[in-house]
Design a protein around this ligand. Structure first.
Ligand SMILES: Cc1ncc(COP(=O)(O)O)c(C=O)c1O
Length: 450
């Protein structure tokens, strides 16, 4: 098309999808109201980043590779500047980290180092799904990184409504049966630990049943464990991958929350056998990665590798200070909610996350994207409507509160401000939520599938 002599570009239909704009929308609100306290972003607490020291570690990584390969230091540095193996240069260190911190026993050949967890998801979706035929099931609501990506790739997504403890295996089973009439259910995506956005954790029994269902119905499980190292209470439950005897789970990890997000290092574990190939699924998927990012930057891998070399593979000593900070923040937020919402006891409720960065606040009125700006402008606090994460368009009476990247004082003040907004909303009776709005007992809907 031509306008005033300049050509214009017609975008694909998916650009209209609100999913693709959700994060921009929140960022714009944060930019527009810089004085507001924001409980919106899922960021790690940056006061614990140790970037300068970790950059210095790159030299020790190169030196170790020089010693291992018996080359000169000059040669080791020169080689370090080259294109390198598509699936990564720190796979053995990652395999050791998985063994030590997650009880996951896999070979380095089953690991692919990626540009953040986001690329791991892109590799899996682009590599394993036939658009138009294959269906991706997702625990709903869920992280937009996967659903928006599926939308761009033209992969149909079917929501599996979550209950109070995350994905409910009974609901999953019914959804698999229902969806199988419409296409091949290829995989299920879920975040069993310290879920983003809900803050819930799946029980051990539910994990076992998900694996049984995956086996029974011949599907893969994409397990995203971005927050696994942030456990605050009792001992952690095993990940699905640690329980995965039948090789059903493709595991996605990230260093964004444990080291720092701009590092852009994540990974996937795909130890499955592949029809007609002697190579692992991770190795076969390198064909996809080689066309997305060629390889994950060696500088970033070396920084990560040096940290893992220094700690013997465990992230425990690296993450303990920021985890302690986040645990305190969670407790401060829980106490602040109890205090500020005492006038609404039983009407306004919230969950107690066992880890991670988020909790869910449930209101007796709808809180939509339009309310975000009102809340920021009139009350100086920014929160995230749960609805933006929901494929079914429900969860209208819930908000996600993030407590990881704010100070304790900001938490107390921000929660008081949010309570003031809620008082006004309740007094105005402007909105109201049906009691069942966030219940998992709703009939399964595939309306949200696209
Ligand atoms: C559940 C989940 N998975 C993956 C990511 C993205 O990880 P990365 O920064 O490694 O791409 C996030 C980021 O917030 C997340 O919440």
């Amino acid at each position: 098309m031509l306008t005033d002599g300049r050509s214009t570009v017609a975008l694909r239909g998916c650009f209209e999808d609100p999913l693709l704009n959700a994060m921009n929308f929140l960022n714009e609100v944060v930019r527009e109201y810089p004085e507001a306290i924001s409980f919106a972003p899922g960021r790690p607490p940056e006061q614990w980043f140790d970037i300068r020291a970790q950059i210095d570690g790159i030299a020790s990584f190169v030196d170790a590779s020089r010693a291992a390969d018996g080359v000169s230091l000059d040669r080791a540095w020169a080689r370090f500047g080259q294109y390198d193996r598509t699936n990564g240069i720190i796979n053995d260190l990652l395999a050791r980290h998985l063994r030590r911190d997650e009880g996951i026993f896999v070979s380095p050949a089953s690991v692919m180092v990626t540009v953040g967890a986001q690329e791991a998801m892109a590799v899996v979706l682009a590599g394993l799904f036939v658009p138009g035929r294959d269906l991706l099931l997702v625990a709903d609501p869920t992280y937009i990184g996967i659903t928006a990506l599926a939308r761009i790739l033209g992969i149909s997504v079917v929501p599996v409504p979550s209950g109070p403890a995350g994905l409910d295996p009974d609901v999953l089973e019914r959804t698999i049966v229902d969806a199988s009439a419409r296409g091949r259910v290829r995989a299920l995506y879920l975040i069993p630990d310290f879920n983003n956005p809900l803050g819930v954790t799946m029980t051990r029994e539910a994990r076992e049943r998900v694996l049984q269902l995956a086996d029974l119905h011949d599907l893969l499980v994409i397990e995203d464990n971005a927050y696994g190292m942030y456990a605050y209470d009792e001992a952690r439950l095993p990940t699905l991958k640690a329980l995965d005897r039948a090789c059903r789970v493709v595991y996605v990890g990230s260093f964004s929350k444990t080291l720092f997000p701009s590092l852009r290092v994540g990974y996937l574990v795909a130890d499955q056998d592949v029809d007609g190939s002697a190579r692992t699924l991770a190795q076969e998927l390198s064909k996809v990665k080689s066309l997305l990012t060629v390889n994950t930057p060696a500088l970033c891998q070396a920084l990560t590798g040096a940290v893992l070399m220094r700690t013997g593979g465990s992230l425990e000593p690296v993450v303990c200070a920021s985890r302690e900070q986040c645990r305190r923040n969670r407790d401060v937020m829980l106490a602040a909610l109890g205090e500020a919402f005492s006038w609404a006891a039983g009407r306004i409720t919230w969950n107690r996350p066992a880890g991670g960065f988020f909790l869910t606040l449930t209101l007796p009125f709808t809180f939509t994207a339009a309310d975000v700006a009102t809340c920021a402008r009139d009350h100086g606090v920014i929160v995230c409507p749960m609805q933006i994460f929901s494929l079914q368009g429900d969860r209208a009476c819930e908000v996600r509160l993030s407590f990881s990247a704010v100070t304790e004082q900001e938490i107390v003040t921000g929660v008081e401000r949010l309570a003031a907004f809620c008082r006004r909303a309740c007094a105005g009776e402007r909105f109201s939520c049906p009691p069942s709005a966030s219940s998992s007992s709703r009939p399964i809907s595939t309306r949200g599938a696209y």
